[in-house]
Write a protein that binds this ligand. Structure first.
Ligand code: OAD
Length: 268
C-alpha cells in the first residue's frame, strides 16, 4: 500500500525530507488556518499583514493578541506525529524537517527525543543532537518576538502579556517596536531558509508533505520541485490537495496514525 511504498522510499533514500503544515499540529490542539475550524474563518487575514503592522502597529498588536490566544491558548505539546519525525531523524532516516508552522513543536519534539534515556536506534545512549534532523522554520516562530530596531529576539509570552495588559505596541529597551518573529503576509520569507528548502526538495529522494493544504507558496511548489528531480513524493493529509497529482503515494489519514506507523515500517 501507499504507506509501505513511502516507508521503502524513505529507508532507501540518501536524502529524505519532511515538509509540514498546520495539520500536523492540529492533534496538539493548535487550530489550522483553513477549513471550517480554521483561524481564517474567525479572523481577517488582511489585519495581520506586514503593511498593517507598519501603518498601525497599535491596532495590529491588539488583534495579534487575540489571534495568539485563539491559536496557542493553554499548554500544547508535540504529538505522536512530531515525535515520529523526530525519532526518524534520530534514527538517521530523515535529513530535515521543513515547516510552515510557527508553534515550535518540531523543535520541542527533537529536544525531547534528544533528552530521552532510550538512546538511539542502536541503543547508543550517547547519541546526541548531532543525529537530529535540521528543523527549518519557513514562517518563523510565534513563541518569539523580534525588535524591529536592534534586532534582538525575546521569548514571546511576557511580551504578549504586556500587550494584553495594554502596552500597544510593546517596545524593546532600545525603544524599537517588537514584532512577532514570524513572516507576515506581504513579507519576504527568510532568503537563506527558502533557498535551503528548495535545494533540499531538489536533492531529496523521498519528500513527504504532511498536513499542509499546499496552496500557498512555497508549499505549493516544493512537492513539484522534488518530483521534477525524480524524488518519490508522498502526501499525508485528511483531504485531497492540489499536489496529489504529482504524488507517488497519498495517505489520507490522521497524521498521528500515519506517521508512527510509517516509522515502524521503516525500522522493521
Ligand atoms: P492549512 O490550514 O491551510 O491546511 C491544513 C491542512 O492539514 C489541511 O489540508 C487539512 O486537511 C490537513 N489536516 C488537518 N488536520 C489533520 C490531521 N489530523 N491529519 C492529517 N491532515 C490534517 O495550513 P497550512 O497548509 O500549514 O501562513 O497553511 C500554510 C500557511 O497559510 C500557514 O503557514 C500560514 C497560513 O496563512 C502564514 O501565517 C504566513
Amino acid at each position: 500500500n501507499d504507506l509501505e511504498r513511502l516507508a521503502t522510499a524513505v529507508r532507501d533514500a540518501d536524502t529524505a525530507v519532511a515538509f509540514t503544515g498546520a495539520g500536523i499540529s492540529a492533534p496538539s490542539g493548535v487550530p489550522t488556518f483553513r477549513g471550517d475550524d480554521g483561524v481564517w474563518e474567525q479572523f481577517d487575514q488582511g489585519q495581520f499583514a506586514y503593511g498593517r503592522f507598519q501603518r498601525d502597529p497599535e491596532g495590529f498588536w491588539a488583534d495579534r493578541v487575540d489571534l495568539q490566544r485563539a491559536m496557542f491558548d493553554g499548554d500544547f505539546e508535540p504529538n505522536a506525529a512530531h515525535e515520529a519525525l523526530a525519532a526518524m531523524g534520530r534514527d538517521g532516516h530523515l535529513e530535515a524537517v521543513l515547516t510552515q508552522n510557527t508553534d515550535g513543536l518540531h523543535g520541542d519534539a527533537a529536544a525531547a527525543v534528544g533528552d530521552g534515556d532510550a538512546g538511539d536506534a542502536d541503543g547508543d545512549p550517547a547519541a546526541t543532537a548531532a543525529d537530529e534532523p535540521t528543523v527549518l522554520e519557513l514562517h518563523g516562530n510565534s513563541q518569539r518576538v523580534r525588535c524591529t530596531d536592534c534586532g534582538k529576539r525575546k521569548d514571546g509570552d511576557p511580551i504578549f502579556e504586556r500587550a494584553a495588559d495594554g502596552e500597544l505596541p510593546p517596545t524593546c529597551e532600545c525603544g524599537g517596536v517588537f514584532k512577532p518573529d514570524v513572516v507576515l503576509f506581504g513579507e519576504q520569507l527568510p532568503g537563506a531558509v527558502l533557498q535551503r528548502s528548495r535545494s533540499l526538495a531538489r536533492e531529496s529522494d523521498a519528500f513527504l508533505a504532511i498536513g499542509s493544504s499546499l496552496v500557498v507558496e512555497p508549499a505549493a511548489s516544493l512537492p513539484r520541485l522534488a518530483a521534477s528531480t525524480g524524488g518519490t513524493v508522498g502526501i499525508v493529509n485528511l483531504e485531497s490537495t492540489p499536489c496529489d497529482d504529482v504524488a507517488d503515494a497519498v495517505v489520507r489519514e490522521d497524521v498521528t496514525e500515519a506517521l508512527p506507523r510509517l516509522r515502524e515500517l521503516i525500522v522493521e
